[in-house]
Design a protein around this ligand. Structure first.
Ligand SMILES: NC(=O)c1ccc[n+]([C@@H]2O[C@H](COP(=O)([O-])OP(=O)(O)OC[C@H]3O[C@@H](n4cnc5c(N)ncnc54)[C@H](O)[C@@H]3O)[C@@H](O)[C@H]2O)c1
Length: 385
């Protein structure tokens, strides 16, 4: 058996995403399954070192999951040639400096989105990585969700006809923390702009790659964003004022004039199929995409509704929708993308989800803020090489 041992510096791994999605469900899951198989007798085995500022936390995490290497010294770890990949899931505002350091050390870069908290920095990151010739990638996990993968299978069959419009509903109620019985379920920095927070920066990075990949490139945007809850309670039980947007309402237009309307909110209670749902209306059929499921309503199955609020509607709105590939199982999306990145590093296989693609998400966030300020449509231009 030939084994490619690939060292990965994991920075920010004590956080929510770092621990759960990247360490446990991706890297350790890959190790547990015996690595990434590339040929009958050849595998890639990821070898993580957990990096952070708090040795005690790192040690606890490493002991819990049987990881042997930890370090509080990023600079020193970057000099170690046993580590080929630098991975970053720190808070967004810490990403740029650490990633630049890793590029200078010649490491391949893989990181969480947003890759930066402003477009200038994002462009600097992909241009620096390009000049240094290091392989690079950004997490675009929503593309690997079972619901979206099932939709992509449908689209291949062109069952929908011409796509007219897309409606995305994302979000759920994130508790403010004022009631101790209902503690907040997201870190407080998400609600402070100065710490890299805000739903536009966070979620529009996702909407950009989802829309670009599923419906063709975006050409313009109009947005209204708001901070509906002005005060929340932080991890230490102290009240703070929220400086970042917690809800945003946008229309995105693709080059083919598909209208994509998205509501994103951490201040909305859920009564729908899933925490993220995307309704795609086409001339021949409509599809409803959730995180894990996808449903289809064909032209023949479309009910003939008649408006009459004086009686209870006799038609069950959920009937006549057929579940797409109900039995198909997919691996964890973060893990699938990690496996592709490892193959990209070792075998040079294509990996289209680059830092430049990540920068497009930040462009969408910035243009959305501009649209909000100007109260008008804003166009998205091509990013520099
Ligand atoms: N792909 C997704 O769906 C998704 C979902 C949520 C968050 N994210 C992104 O992942 C990143 C992390 O988010 P999270 O929710 O895990 O946040 P978190 O607050 O739980 O974790 C942040 C990490 O950064 C580290 N960190 C913070 N300040 C530091 C400092 N001064 N020095 C050294 N380390 C420091 C923390 O120790 C921790 O390890 C963010 O950029 C966020 O936007 C992505």
């Amino acid at each position: 058996m030939s084994i490619h041992h690939i060292g990965i510096i994991m920075n920010g791994v004590t956080g929510r995403m770092g621990t759960n999605q990247h360490l446990i469900r991706s890297i350790l899951a890959i190790r547990k399954q015996g690595g990434v198989k590339i040929k009958n007798n050849e595998i890639i085995m990821p070898e993580p070192v957990l990096v952070g500022r708090n040795e005690e936390k790192l040690k606890k995490l490493a002991d819990t999951y049987g990881v042997t290497a930890i370090s509080t010294d990023l600079e020193k770890t970057l000099k170690d040639p046993n580590y080929q990949i630098y991975f970053d899931s720190q808070t967004t505002n810490r990403r740029v400096n650490s990633v630049l350091q890793a590029i200078n050390a010649g490491k391949a870069i893989y990181c969480e989105k947003p890759i930066a908290d402003n477009l200038d920095d994002a462009v600097k990151l992909y241009q620096t990585a390009g000049k240094a010739g290091v392989k690079n990638g950004v997490v675009q996990d929503k593309l690997f969700l079972p619901g979206l993968l099932k939709y992509q299978e449908l689209k291949r069959g062109s069952l929908l006809g011409r796509i007219l419009s897309v409606r995305g509903e994302f979000g759920y109620w994130v508790f403010s923390g004022f009631n101790p019985a209902q503690p907040p379920q997201r870190p407080s920095w998400n609600y402070r702009k100065e710490d890299g927070g805000g739903i536009v920066l966070d979620m529009y990075c996702h909407w950009r790659y989802v829309l670009d990949n599923l419906f063709g490139g975006l050409k313009s945007v109009i947005t209204y964003a708001d901070t509906h809850l002005q005060e929340r309670v932080d991890e230490n039980g102290l009240a703070y004022s929220c400086s970042a947007d917690d809800a945003a309402y946008s229309i995105f237009l693709t080059h083919e004039n598909i209208v994509c309307q998205f509501n994103s909110s951490w201040t909305s209670r859920v009564r729908r199929d899933d925490l993220l749902t995307i309704l795609v209306d086409g001339t021949e059929a409509s599809a409803k995409i959730g995180l894990r499921k996808c449903w289809l309503q064909t032209s023949e199955k479309t009910p003939r509704f008649v408006w009459n609020p004086d009686v209870v509607n006799p038609i069950d709105f959920y009937e006549n929708w057929e579940e797409v590939l109900p039995d198909k199982e997919y691996d964890n999306g973060f893990k699938s993308q990690w496996e592709l990145f490892l193959k990209h590093v070792v075998l040079d296989e294509p990996f289209p989800w680059t830092l430049k693609e990540g920068a497009k998400g930040i462009q969408l966030a910035e243009k959305s803020w501009l649209s909000h300020e100007r109260r008008s449509w804003v166009n998205l231009s091509a990013l520099p090489d």
